[in-house]
Design a protein around this ligand. Structure first.
Ligand code: DGY
Length: 311
């Protein structure tokens, strides 16, 4: 049986089935299952999830490949340079998960600072003894600086949310541009990391994982944050040294960490579940029905264009 499009998931909504109606020989097979491996040599397009890394060896095994579509905006799990060299289009889903991802960063920020998970666990446990003046206090946010790593659409959307909380956004931008970022609710300066970190009561990560950003928040960088700072990561785990962050949480130097992403996920550093003031989510950034449908639509449109006969 021939396979033109090989997808590891039906995606959310009708988009992939509609694509299959336009381009026959669509097959669903679990990533790296015997069926997937057997279909690879004939495949002209792959659809993978952000948790399914494609290697150059996969490209070697797929000589007919014209496009790889990923059901994500992040493309760090794909061999971008090798795809470019072989003329294989990479299709991702920018633009449609901006608000959903900024929302989950906001949810983490509120959960960490207002100690939502600890409070909920206290009530559920039956141990709550009633209101107390010093119970589960957290830092207020209004009047403080919010450092944002990444001045793209998601960083800007998060800046609008931070501004609505009374915070002042500051940006770091990996292209090293100067001047202000017009984030849609005002302007905020782009600063070098060394200037941004010491001012950031909250640091939120919204940049892609690249050779430049991998490990950029090492121990020395994290120690530049003010005492009690809170870090929110909805970008990629590899940007931050997780063990250093846990050490700083354990010593009380950091005030909290909210994570939606992890280095090596879904396996997570075994120290995270025991770390104080950490709120841990299972990569839910784009997890709204509308967003996942829009991502599927955008991805399938991109694949259809890449498979069109003119190419
Ligand atoms: C993506 O699509 O890359 C995001 O990580 C989703 O949260």
């Amino acid at each position: 049986m021939s396979t033109r499009i090989l997808s590891t998931s039906p995606l959310v909504g009708p988009a992939l089935a509609e694509l299959g109606a336009r381009f026959p020989d669509l097959r669903l097979a679990a990533f790296r299952s015997p069926e997937w491996n057997a279909a690879l040599p004939e495949a002209e397009a792959l659809v993978v999830m952000l948790s399914e890394p494609i290697t150059e060896a996969d490209l070697d095994a797929a000589p007919k490949l014209k496009a790889i579509g990923t059901y994500s905006v992040g493309v760090n799990h794909l061999p971008g340079k090798a795809c470019q060299a072989r003329g294989i289009a990479v299709v991702n889903t920018p633009g449609v998960l901006t608000d959903a991802t900024a929302d989950i960063a906001l949810a983490l920020l509120m959960a960490v600072t207002r100690r939502v998970a600890e409070g909920e666990a206290l009530v559920r446990s039956g141990q709550w003894q009633g209101w107390a003046p010093d119970q589960l206090l957290g830092p207020g946010l209004a009047g403080k600086f919010c450092g944002i790593l990444g001045s793209g659409p998601i960083g800007q959307a998060f800046a609008r949310r931070a501004q609505a909380l009374g915070m002042t956004p500051l940006f770091w931008d990996r292209e090293g541009r100067g001047g202000d970022v017009d984030y849609g609710a005002g302007g905020a300066p782009r600063l070098p990391l060394a200037d941004l970190l010491p001012r950031s009561a909250v640091l939120s990560l919204h940049c892609p994982l690249t050779d430049q950003t991998r490990g950029m928040l090492g121990r020395a960088a994290l120690e530049q944050l003010p005492e009690g700072a809170v870090i929110i990561n909805t970008a990629r785990g590899g940007i931050m040294d997780e063990n250093a962050a846990i050490d700083l949480l354990e010593s009380g130097r950091l005030g909290g960490v909210g994570l939606d992403v992890y280095e090596g996920e879904p396996r997570i550093n075994p120290r995270w579940p025991k770390a104080p003031r950490a709120v841990l989510l299972p990569h839910l950034g784009s997890a709204t029905v509308e967003t996942r449908e829009a991502m599927a639509h955008l991805l399938c449109e991109g694949l259809a264009a890449a498979l069109a006969p003119s190419r």
